[in-house]
Design a protein around this ligand. Structure first.
Ligand code: FES
Ligand code: FE2
Length: 450
C-alpha cells in the first residue's frame, strides 16, 4: 500500500510532475510509422500534452504543439509542406522545432516570430515513431533488441485504455495473475461461450495456466541492468510436478515488458505509454523471428491494428489474453487508489517495481541520469534479457529440438493463434508462413540427424 501522496507521485505524468519529469528523459513510442503512410498528419497526446505528428513532403518527421499561433486552429487538419506543416486556415508554416517560419498573407511574411509552438525530436525505429519530450540535448534512442532484430515478421497492436499507465505496468510485476486472469477467467469465458471442448482439443494455453497455480512456494524479484527479473518458485512438496523456478516476463524500465525470448518464433514488447494521467496507449510490438537458415517472409512496412475490445452488442470480448489484462487494469479505476489496497506475497515483484520507480524519480530530481538513459550513443543492440539469446540463434537450433514442437507459440500455422490479440493482426498470414518454414526446417534436421 502507498500513501496518497506517494500514489500521486508515481502516477501523474503531466509537465512538472515528478513522474512526468522522469518520463521526459526517455524516447517514447507514440505511433506506428504505417499510420503516417495512411495519413501524414495525426493528432497525438502524450504525457498530458496535445501535439500533432506529421510527415513533411520530403519524408521528414515533426511533432509540434497542436494549436496554430494565429487563431488557434487545430493543426491535425494541417497541410504537409517541404519543410514543415501549414495551418489549413491561412497557411502559416511551422517547422519541426515549432517555429513559425512563414505567414503568407501578412505584411512581412517571413519575419521571425518570438512566439513558437512546442517542437520535439522524433525518430523512427522498427516501424514505430518515438518522441523525446525532455530537456535537450536528447539522449540516444536505445536499440532494444526486438526493434532491430533481423530476419523477422512484425506487427503492432494499439489500444487506448482508460486508466493510468502504472496499472498496466504493475501487471508486469505480477506473475500469478496469469493463473486467474488468463487461466480461470479464460476457462469461465470459454465455458460460457460453449468453446471449452474445442479449446481443449486445440491444446489451448488456458489449461497450462491453470497448472501454474499449483505448488507455489514463493515469488522472487531482483533488479537487473535494464529493469527487473522476477518469477515464481514451485515446490514438489506443495503439489508442483517438480521443484522449479519459472521466470516471468522481463521488465525494461520504465514502461516495457518482454514476453518470449529474443529471436524466438514469437516474442513481444508490451509498452505502456502514458497519454495523460488517466489514459494509456498500450502497444504490443510483436516479433516473429526466423532461426538461422530459415528466411522470414518479407514485409515492406510493419503493419498496425487495433484489437477489438467489444463485440457488436457492446459486450467486452474476453477470450484472448490482452483483453483479459486490459479489462482488469481499467477495472482498477482511472488511477487506482493504492492507499486502500491489501498486498500479499504475490505482490513482492510489484513492491520492487514501485521502489525502482521511486528511486529513478528521485535521481532525476537530483539532476542525475536515470536507468536506461543513454546520453550519447546507444550500444549496438540492447538485450532486455541481459545477454544475447542463445537457443534461437545457434546454428544447430533444429537438431537441438529446442521445445519446438511442444511450444504453442510456434504453431500458428496449425491454427494456434486464437488465444491472443495476434489473431486480429494483419501479418498473421505471414507469421503462419514463417512457422510453416521453421517446422519444415526442424523436421528436415530431425530426419537427417543420426
Ligand atoms: S488560424 Fe492558423 S493560419 Fe490562421
Ligand atoms: Fe497478463
Amino acid at each position: 500500500m502507498l500513501s496518497p501522496e506517494m500514489n500521486e507521485r508515481l502516477t501523474r505524468v503531466g509537465p512538472g510532475t515528478p513522474c512526468g519529469e522522469l518520463m521526459r528523459r526517455y524516447w517514447i513510442p507514440i505511433a506506428p510509422f504505417a499510420q503516417l503512410l495512411e495519413n501524414p498528419v495525426r493528432k497525438v497526446r502524450v504525457l498530458g500534452e496535445s501535439l500533432v505528428l506529421y510527415r513533411n513532403k520530403k519524408g521528414g518527421l515533426g511533432l509540434i504543439g497542436d494549436r496554430c499561433l494565429h487563431r488557434l486552429v487545430d493543426l491535425q487538419f494541417g497541410i504537409p509542406d517541404d519543410c514543415g506543416l501549414r495551418c489549413p486556415y491561412h497557411g502559416w508554416l511551422f517547422s519541426e522545432t515549432g517555429d513559425c517560419i512563414e505567414r503568407p498573407m501578412e505584411a512581412r511574411p517571413n519575419q521571425k516570430m518570438t512566439r513558437k509552438l512546442a517542437g520535439y525530436p522524433v525518430q523512427e525505429m522498427g516501424g514505430l515513431v518515438f518522441a523525446y519530450l525532455g530537456p535537450l540535448p536528447a539522449p540516444a534512442l536505445p536499440r532494444w533488441d526486438l526493434f532491430v532484430w533481423p530476419n523477422a515478421v512484425r506487427q503492432i497492436a494499439i489500444n487506448v485504455l482508460d486508466c493510468n499507465w502504472l496499472q498496466c505496468q504493475e501487471n508486469t510485476g505480477d506473475p500469478t495473475h496469469s493463473v486467474w486472469a488468463h487461466g480461470h477467467l479464460f476457462n469461465y469465458v470459454l465455458e460460457r461461450k460453449g468453446d471449452l471442448e474445442r479449446a481443449q482439443a486445440d491444446g489451448h494455453t488456458v489449461h497450462r495456466r491453470l497448472e501454474w497455480g499449483v505448488g507455489i512456494k514463493d515469488l522472487y524479484a531482483h533488479t537487473t541492468d535494464y529493469g527487473m527479473e522476477k518469477g515464481v518458485i514451485y515446490s514438489k512438496e506443495l503439489g508442483a510436478k517438480e521443484d522449479r523456478t519459472d521466470r516471468h516476463s522481463t521488465v525494461i524500465f520504465p514502461f516495457y515488458t518482454q514476453t518470449g525470448a529474443t529471436g524466438a518464433p514469437r516474442s513481444e514488447y508490451q509498452i505502456r505509454v502514458p497519454i495523460d494521467d488517466t489514459h494509456t496507449l498500450h502497444i504490443c510490438y510483436q516479433v516473429y523471428a526466423a532461426p538461422p537458415g530459415v528466411a522470414a517472409p518479407k514485409q515492406d512496412v510493419v503493419p498496425w491494428y487495433a484489437p477489438p475490445t467489444h463485440d457488436e452488442k457492446g459486450d467486452p470480448i474476453l477470450d484472448y489474453v490482452l483483453a483479459q489484462d486490459a479489462i482488469v487494469w481499467v477495472a482498477q479505476g482511472p488511477i487506482a487508489d493504492r492507499s486502500q489496497e491489501t498486498l500479499g506475497r504475490t505482490d513482492v515483484p510489484i513492491v520492487l517495481l514501485r521502489r525502482q520507480l521511486q528511486e529513478q524519480i528521485a535521481l532525476v530530481e537530483q539532476g542525475k541520469q536515470p536507468m536506461n538513459f543513454f546520453p550519447d550513443t546507444s550500444p549496438e543492440i540492447l538485450y532486455g534479457r541481459g545477454s544475447p539469446p542463445e537457443d534461437w540463434t545457434a546454428p544447430d537450433w533444429a537438431t537441438r529440438q529446442i521445445k519446438l514442437s511442444q511450444s504453442f507459440r510456434m504453431n500458428y500455422h496449425k491454427g494456434f493463434s486464437r488465444d491472443d490479440a495476434d489473431r486480429y493482426g494483419p501479418a498473421v498470414g505471414l507469421v503462419q508462413e514463417l512457422h510453416r518454414r521453421i517446422d519444415e526446417a526442424r523436421q528436415l534436421a530431425a530426419s537427417n540427424s543420426p
